[in-house]
Design a protein around this ligand. Sequence first.
Ligand code: HEM
Length: 473
Amino acid sequence: MAEISTSSTMPKGDSPELLRQIMTDSVGGFSAVHRAHGDVVAYWKGGVPIVFVVGPEFARDMLADKETYYIRAGHPGSKGSAQRSFMNGMFGVNGNVHTQYRRMYMPALKRGSVETQFEAMNRLADDVVSGWREHQTRDLVRDMKNLAMSVTGRMLFGLSDLTAARHVEAYFDHWVMLNHQTLFASILPVDDLPNPYPELLDASEEIRNRLIELLKEKRKAAPAAQSEFDLLATLLSVQERGLIGEQEVIGQLHSLFNAAHHTTSYALTWTLFLIAQHPAIARRLVDEIQTNAPSDDSSLDQLNRCEHLERVIRESLRLIGPLVYMSREATCDAPLGRYQVPRGTVVLVSQYNTHHRAADFANPETFNPDRWKTMGPCPYSYLPFGQGTRMCMGAPFALQFMKVVVAMITRRFRLTIAPGTTINRRSSLTLGPAGPLPVLIHRQDGLYATSAVHGQVLEMVTLPTADRTAIAA
Ligand code: HEM
């Protein structure tokens, strides 16, 4: 059996049953492990250590060097299966192959390129938000999925018809949960865990068929529709040169396409929820946007002058970010903070718990954008986009997109969460609301007030009380 050789001994998990919750609710499960054991604990299965870590000491080692720790993001699937082709995507490849894909996508995703796309981004967001009317009740989850799909699908993948793309999206949430459950069923030392591998294979086939339709449509479209910012056009041109095959195109498309819309839609949903529920913060946001970037024609420079907006987004990504954890496997005996772990060790870092660590963030469950006025950069304590050599390539796009949408909606409307709504979470690799999130749309009059809500959301954020807010307003 492999040994964890350490200068001091790594704590050993002695209650595997605690891990069961991770299967259905990763935020609840990882939080239970953290409460029971602190920032690091090792469980064992069949001679392989599975280490749960929280915080910068451990995140640094596992994220900084992509050769020492390989990504391990899903079940490899059997030969020829759709699941196997997905492992050719960004979250399955390592080494040189990974480096080459990063180089390939960088021109489209780097900050300078994204900035030149500002007007197109504004226009596409406006196409969706201009359908909103005062006095409507809307489902924020559905609307943000629609908005994120519309903007990322057109801008990053050059799609004019989103029909196939929407079908992929409809299956993807389910696939993420099944992929998460299959991964953990194989690594957790818990008896009788349900393993939904057959369902995962079916969901993967379904998604691959939709991706094939999407590719057919794309190949039919005129080349004029393709721009230098189009990731799918880039992939297809590399395929035409014979450098990659169809399975690689499908795998890459699966990871890029879903990484783009799924994360941004949840990030926007939680951000708009938090703004609506924090009247004082929301009113400052309205004032700032009216002063610095008052119209939809405001420039990116004007929008970038909105420092409070920037901090609101940063804080929202800390408090309820769209991703819960990152997973790696040690390729050799490797350092992990003050410990040394053997080759083959699986390491899971919880971003969620890292972001809720009182040692780094005072009153961690409070939504306090102002904390970022005084906090310096904290690379491995703040991980919404990961860190190190595999850090999110879409971060500039996502941050600019979030600014555009939050500013646009705040200029036009005040959102109120429908009072009495129960907001539970659906958490696996990603974290979103478990059901619809109904919001009432008002003209922007600044009269924000917290609504009473119920459910697991109250474990993740301490909201101002409705009464206190109503009096303050
Ligand atoms: C708020 C939105 C987003 C969040 C929170 C987010 C978060 C992340 C995180 C945490 C990782 C690192 C995963 C790991 O190390 O295991 C990652 C990787 C990645 N993200 Fe994002 N992401 C977002 C939006 C986007 C968008 C819009 C794109 C555009 C295509 C994108 C493309 C990627 C790619 C290509 C990688 C893989 C990088 C690599 O392995 O080298 N992401 N993202």
